[in-house]
Design a binder for this molecule. Structure first.
Ligand code: HEC
Ligand code: HEC
Ligand code: HEC
Ligand code: HEC
Ligand code: HEC
Length: 185
């Protein structure tokens, strides 16, 4: 009987040993799938994100240089202050207190002769404004023939390559300060 019990104990021991070996093999296998799971969030996409800001910067710098006033101000030529430009010529092309004659004589000195404005002797004349409330300057400065009339500030200047910003010299955000009202909360 003792031998039978011993044999049974040995058998049970072998079975237990066999069972014990099996579970040890399983945990060995489980760490293998966990390592690839860790390697996934190693963040290989992160270096792919950092190059993207550089094309964004290129877009931002390109925008201000390509801004053209006419893209929004398509009817700038029809604005009343531009159409009645003869009201303003002396302010920019003269100094405070200067008469029309003084401005006319100063800006055209060495550019055009007296006869262009006063005619030739003995038929000398004094030029008078053609348009009410506008200076005599707009009797001339037509882009096609500068001795023919043109009352429009934009036309007079743009045709000579003088863009909006020649007169509207303030930075774009200062000119458009009214837009800041939308920042009020
Ligand atoms: C993206 C559109 C846009 C662009 C580009 C733009 N403007 Fe304007 N601007 C406006 C709008 C809108 C107003 C407001 C019109 C209003 O309701 O009086 C305005 C108003 C103005 C005014 C009147 C400001 C005042 O306080 O009375 C001036 C002057 C002006 N713009 C000049 C310019 C000049 C010069 C440029 C180019 C350098 C320019 N704008 C480019 C949209 C634009
Ligand atoms: C808001 C200011 C302003 C007003 C108003 C103005 N001008 Fe000018 N004008 C300028 C500026 C600035 C220039 C560019 C000067 C330069 O490039 O040296 C210029 C340039 C010119 C030129 C071209 C000069 C050249 O070198 O080819 C002519 C012509 C001219 N203006 C005529 C006029 C007449 C006519 C009026 C009135 C209808 C007028 N301007 C109103 C500011 C003004
Ligand atoms: C761009 C046009 C223009 C040119 C060029 C010009 N003038 Fe004048 N001149 C005028 C205007 C405008 C007046 C003043 C008209 C008024 O007061 O209503 C004037 C006025 C005068 C007067 C009257 C007195 C005064 O000063 O008001 C004399 C004299 C005169 N000019 C002489 C000359 C002589 C000389 C030249 C050539 C060196 C000349 N002008 C060139 C436009 C011109
Ligand atoms: C009788 C016609 C006539 C009148 C009036 C006249 N101009 Fe001129 N102006 C001309 C001509 C012509 C030129 C030379 C051609 C050109 O620049 O387009 C000229 C040139 C100019 C120039 C450019 C000068 C340069 O250095 O090249 C300016 C600025 C100017 N005029 C402003 C004025 C102003 C301001 C008045 C009013 C006080 C005025 N003009 C009145 C005909 C006139
Ligand atoms: C020769 C000078 C000159 C040029 C060039 C010029 N402007 Fe002006 N602009 C003026 C003057 C002067 C006023 C009137 C300012 C005032 O009333 O105080 C004005 C007024 C304006 C206004 C306000 C209009 C209103 O009814 O109050 C806008 C907007 C404007 N300009 C946009 C432009 C744009 C856009 C361009 C180019 C396409 C341009 N300007 C070219 C001189 C100029």
């Amino acid at each position: 009987m003792k031998r039978i019990i011993l044999l049974l104990l040995v058998c049970v021991g072998l079975v237990l040993a066999g069972c014990a070996k099996k579970p040890t093999e399983v945990p060995k296998a489980t760490p293998v799938p966990t390592t690839p799971a860790i390697s996934k969030p190693v963040q290989t996409p992160k270096p792919a994100v950092t190059p993207t800001p550089t094309p964004k910067k290129e877009v931002k710098t390109a925008q201000p240089t390509t801004i053209k006033c006419e893209s929004c101000h398509t009817k700038a030529i029809d604005y009343p202050p531009h159409k009645e430009g003869g009201k303003y010529c002396l302010k920019c092309h003269g100094k405070p207190g200067m008469t029309v004659a003084e401005v006319a004589h100063t800006v055209h000195k060495g550019v055009i002769g007296c006869d262009v404005c006063h005619g030739k002797a003995p038929n000398l004349t004094i030029p008078k404004p053609k348009y009410p409330n506008q200076s005599v300057c707009v009797n001339c400065h037509n882009p096609k023939d500068p001795t023919k009339p043109c009352t429009n500030l934009v036309t007079v200047h743009l045709e000579r390559g003088k863009y909006c910003t020649v007169c509207h010299t303030q930075p774009l955000n200062v000119i458009h300060k009214a837009a800041d009202q939308y920042a009020k909360s």
